[in-house]
Design a protein around this ligand. Structure first.
Ligand code: MG
Length: 249
């Protein structure tokens, strides 16, 4: 496995010299290969060990920031303290939600999405602590597209935040994003530098806020505000290993 590209190695080496460094990453598609059945997602070989080794270094904090519910993220990632976990697109910290949840609105959205999914083979609804998601990954393209259209039409009546991901449309009754969550961690830990890795459109809210010696790494294809790009979760493991060696050596 070749190491990270030269420009990325250079940026990581500079970031590694920061007194306090925050290394944050998305989970699905970044640390864990995308799978057809979301509960089957698991970290790529070596990913958890690489994160844990980084988290044990002085002055380094490691955080996973995912769209999944915090409990799911903890279960599927296998990550434990001192690795920090943030779920629900930045809304769900380990000490609780960052904002109040509109539970009545959440129930209304869940009921409407369930109606839509029942009429669309392969489309599923995921109940989330602060909202709901409509998944179309396992539906025929035309069926999935029609289900998304119906959900978007219904959403015009809801004061919920919509987030479109890969083959998923999420409805949040909280108003925050991953970018705000990483900013909160950066401020709380007084980290001078952030390294963030992510693959999905929701991760752009983090890349948009990076500056200075921060390092943004987009995983896979697609437009991005990140300055660097790697191919897949295996390459992410190589980035983490490189960063650890740079920090440790
Ligand atoms: Mg992802």
């Amino acid at each position: 496995m070749p190491g990270p590209p030269a420009a990325l190695r250079e940026a990581l080496s500079a970031a590694a010299r920061s007194p306090r460094l925050l290394v944050a990453a998305d989970f699905d598609g970044t640390l864990a290969p995308i799978v057809a059945h979301p509960p089957d997602a698991r970290p790529a070989p070596g990913a958890l060990a690489a994160l844990t080794a980084l988290a044990e270094l002085p002055g380094v904090t490691v955080a996973l920031v995912s769209g999944r519910a915090l409990a799911d993220l903890r279960l599927l990632s296998g990550a434990r303290a001192p690795i920090r976990l943030v779920g629900s697109h930045g809304a769900e910290f380990e000490d609780g939600f960052d904002a109040a949840i509109d539970t009545a609105l959440r129930e209304q959205i869940l009921a409407a999405l369930t109606d839509i999914a029942e009429a669309a083979p392969g489309v599923t609804v995921e109940a989330k602590p602060a909202g709901a998601a409509l998944h179309i990954r396992n539906a025929a393209p035309s069926v999935g597209a029609a289900a998304l259209d119906r959900a978007r039409a219904a959403a015009r009546n809801w004061p919920a935040k919509l987030t479109a991901g890969k083959a998923v449309l999420e409805f949040s009754v909280l108003h925050t994003d991953k970018g705000a969550a990483v900013q909160r961690l950066r401020d709380e830990l007084r980290c001078e530098t952030v390294v963030f890795l992510g693959d999905d459109v929701t991760d752009e809210t983090v890349f948009d806020r990076l500056g200075g010696a921060d390092v943004g790494v987009k995983v896979g294809q697609g437009p991005t505000a990140a300055a660097h790009r790697v191919e897949d979760p295996a390459a992410v493991v190589a980035v983490l290993a490189f960063l650890r060696a740079a920090r440790d050596g």
